[in-house]
Design a protein around this ligand. Structure first.
Ligand code: ADP
Length: 482
């Protein structure tokens, strides 16, 4: 990270428009070297209380009264500021998360795009009139929830702030953001840019801290009207339970075990970069990672062989070296992924990427590994690994492909590679997933496209216009005028 990238004091928290020193701090480590790169806040329950009170005051004041078009203008300015600072934001995200610089830069571009999209949407979110009995006029109002909590993970901080905080603010909510203790620099940078864009004091408050402390306190706080969470299933369930005590809605995005289905009639040349890329991007620490590749038996060996070639060419190293794959976020994550590699001992490890010789010894590097021979119920084919590990599983026909694809507890994303239009349509309906991609995977991140899961992948939809509905509540007004 260049010194210019960290142009602010990362230990300060933002409450009610005032940057302040926290009561306690934590070390923030570089995934690439293992060394401490900054001190960040260890947000306390009192600081969370103060952030919620500030958000409430903003909601009752300037921010709550601001016309939608003005909110949109501020978000547009914020998007422009993000665009002006792409390199700085990318440097911060790369240093903090460990992702290769190019991937971090793409995330910064995504953040700017979210602001642009939600800026334009802010004054286009409206209710409806409903035909009703004679003598009535009935209409609906879309109103913000009030104060929204955003508990986000470390894997894509900028993207997730964009889709979560961006949509909440556009819909007129005030927000309290608790970034992850492993990566929070771009959340803080974003808040500084929001201030520069003219966001009123208290509309966005940022308090980094530990999940079990600041996070749990925020999720169960009676002053919160909606909780938006992206992270693990266990924590998501705990957050839903905490929010249930206050009977407030939650949006949960909890990852998955997403498949890509490759049929013999597919354009395999076109599929290959997506098959591997969607498994190793961000070192596999992606909610929608394609960790299972299901291949029709007739082309299984060909696809496996060509994926293996790509794996052998993967270079793993520090974020700043901007190779194909960076380190994992932490020593703990590396231990989890190595545990899965050990569980794969009964499978065929077909190919591995290479950790470059000069990768710093303290970094959390794992060689990407491609496995074959896993039965669909194998742990590596069922559990979310959150590392650069993929399994290739053969199938004989469409029914079997569908059954394997749907045979996990998750349902976030699925990809279908086939030239058969009927099959594309059948599977689009039959696959358990919040998004199905046909002859692509991820649609380049498509910030316009509603995103979220079924089953243990969570519920509620983020991204696109749909997210705005989730950040509002609908009021029906029935006027009897005779
Ligand atoms: P991961 O396992 O990928 O680190 P987590 O689900 O543990 O993901 O964390 C995602 C976010 O949830 C982080 O901001 C973390 O601090 C927060 N968090 C962790 N535990 C809790 C909890 N019990 N209550 C609220 N937030 C939590």
């Amino acid at each position: 990270m260049t010194p210019e990238a960290l142009w602010f004091d990362p230990s300060e928290i933002l409450i009610g428009g005032r940057w302040q020193a926290p009561a306690a701090t934590l070390g923030l480590d570089s995934p690439s070297t293992g060394a401490e790169i900054a001190r960040i806040a260890r947000g306390s329950t009192e600081e969370i209380d103060a952030a919620i009170a500030a958000a409430r005051a903003a909601q009752a004041g300037d921010w709550g009264r601001m016309p939608a078009v003005e909110r949109g203008r501020i978000l547009a300015k914020l998007g422009a500021l993000v665009s002006e600072n792409l390199d700085t934001l990318a440097a911060l995200e790369a240093a903090d998360v460990g992702k290769p610089l190019r991937q971090a830069r793409a995330d910064a571009v995504g953040l700017a795009r979210y602001m642009e999209f939600y800026a334009g949407a802010a004054d286009k979110l409206h209710g409806e009139t409903i035909p009703f009995q004679d003598g009535y006029t009935v209409y609906t109002l879309r109103e913000p929830h009030g104060v929204t909590a955003h508990i986000i993970p470390w894997n894509y901080p900028m993207q997730i702030i964009g889709r979560s905080v961006g949509a909440a603010l556009a819909a007129g909510n005030a927000a309290v953001l608790k970034p992850a203790e492993e990566a929070c620099l771009t959340a803080l940078a974003f808040a500084r840019l929001a201030e520069e864009a003219g966001l009123p004091a208290g509309a966005l408050n940022v308090v980094p801290g530990l999940g079990a402390e600041a996070g749990a306190h925020l999720a169960g706080h009676p002053g919160i009207d909606h909780v938006s969470f992206t992270g693990s299933v266990g924590v998501g369930a705990a957050i839903q339970a905490a929010a249930a005590a206050n009977v407030v809605p939650v949006t949960l995005e909890l990852g998955g075990k997403s498949p890509q289905l490759v049929f013999a009639d597919a354009d395999i040349d076109a599929a290959l970069p997506f098959l591997v890329g969607a498994g190793v991007q961000n070192a596999g620490q992606t909610c929608s990672a394609a960790s299972r590749i299901l291949v029709e038996r007739r082309v299984h060996d060909e696809v496996l062989g060509r994926m293996a070639e790509r794996y052998r060419a993967l270079r793993v190293g520090p974020a700043e070296a901007d190779l194909d794959v960076g380190p994992l976020i932490s020593a703990r994550q590396k231990e989890i992924v190595e545990g899965y590699l050990a569980k794969g001992a009964d499978l065929e490890a077909v190919a591995r990427g290479e950790i470059v010789a000069n990768a710093p010894a303290g970094g959390h590097y794992v060689a990407p590994t491609l496995f074959a021979g896993a039965a669909p119920d194998h742990a590596l084919a069922q559990e979310e690994i959150f590392g650069p590990v993929q399994v290739v599983i053969p199938f004989d026909d469409e029914d079997e492909a569908r059954a394997i694809a749907n045979g996990t507890e998750y349902g976030l994303v699925a990809g279908v590679w086939s030239r058969d239009g009927g099959r594309q349509m059948r599977l689009a309906r039959a696959l358990n997933a919040g998004q199905v991609f046909i002859n692509n995977y991820g649609a380049g991140g498509g910030i316009e496209l509603p995103f979220g899961g079924v089953g243990k992948s969570g519920h509620g939809r983020e991204k696109g216009f749909e997210a705005l509905y989730g950040f509002t509540t609908l009021k029906t007004v029935a006027a009897h005028h005779g």
